[in-house]
Ligand binder design. Structure first.
Ligand code: ADP
Ligand code: ADP
Length: 225
């Protein structure tokens, strides 16, 4: 039940005149169902790159990336998009909610795109928002919500299609410390409750003891910290 596997993944950015910048140099990593893993590494070492590759938003130069047992090498864009939509949820540092849609509609959207019936999508959105204590905020536009509430909606949206894998890039990095701790706790219990695999880039040292493992990036490789 390996949900995500990276084998020998290499990634180098080449841009214009500048020298090539090797970021990943043969990274190996496996994440099993139910595992909650933190990715902690200094800025610029490739955390976002690793998450983008794992999330099928970018392709490696070399190596293999398997999601839910499916190898993604040579998968056409449509196949990658389908795998991402059906299996992977993303949470970013900034919520990226659609400003003109309510909290509930934001959580319904990925479901509608995946072909879920509107009534079912609405019910699922209400259930998820309720789980995050936002039952009384479902009709609010993102702009009317606090930063912590906005981020909770973004987390609910990431969980809307029952992903097997949750990828999060500093999911509480934009919140004040107290709110960040509360939202992070809620994120962790949602992940535990649903038996998801999660890979979360974070700087929050205090919460690391609650993770199953902590990994870091060293010389372009994934190592246990
Ligand atoms: P982190 O998330 O650990 O801060 P990133 O994966 O965002 O690291 O970036 C690693 C390095 O790669 C940085 O030096 C960054 O500037 C560079 N980089 C990231 N994305 C690109 C890109 N699309 N093109 C060129 N360089 C990039
Ligand atoms: P930043 O850390 O630079 O603010 P984010 O963490 O929000 O950026 O997003 C990281 C990258 O992922 C960006 O390059 C953004 O364009 C891309 N991205 C964000 N959301 C999506 C998405 N839903 N689908 C595809 N790419 C996305």
């Amino acid at each position: 039940d390996v949900v995500l596997r990276l084998q020998g993944v290499k990634k180098t950015y080449r841009s214009g005149e500048e020298a090539a910048l090797p970021i990943l140099q043969g990274a190996d990593f496996a994440l099993r169902a139910g595992e909650l893993v933190a990715l902690v590494a200094p800025s610029g070492t490739g955390k976002s790159t690793l998450l983008h590759l794992a999330g099928l938003l970018d392709t490696p130069d070399e190596g293999e990336i398997d999601v839910c047992g499916q190898n993604t090498r040579g998968l056409a864009d449509a196949g990658r998009t389908a795998l991402r939509r059906d299996r992977i949820g993303f949470v970013y540092q900034f919520h990226h909610l659609l400003a003109e849609f309510t909290a509930q509609e934001n959580v319904m959207l990925p479901q509608m795109i995946a072909g879920v019936r509107k009534a079912d999508a609405r019910a699922k959105a209400e259930q998820l928002l309720g789980l995050f204590g936002l039952g009384h905020r479902v009709k609010h536009l993102p702009g009317k919500l606090s930063g912590g509430e906005q981020q909770r909606v973004a987390i609910a949206r990431a969980l809307a299609n029952n992903p097997a894998l949750l990828l999060a890039d500093e999911p509480t990095g934009n919140l004040d410390v107290r709110t960040a701790d509360v939202v992070f706790e809620e994120l962790m219990s949602a992940v535990r409750g649903q038996g998801l695999a999660a890979l979360i880039a974070t700087h929050n040292e205090e919460l690391l003891t609650r993770m199953d493992r902590v990994i870091t990036l060293r010389d372009g490789l994934v190592v246990e910290r």
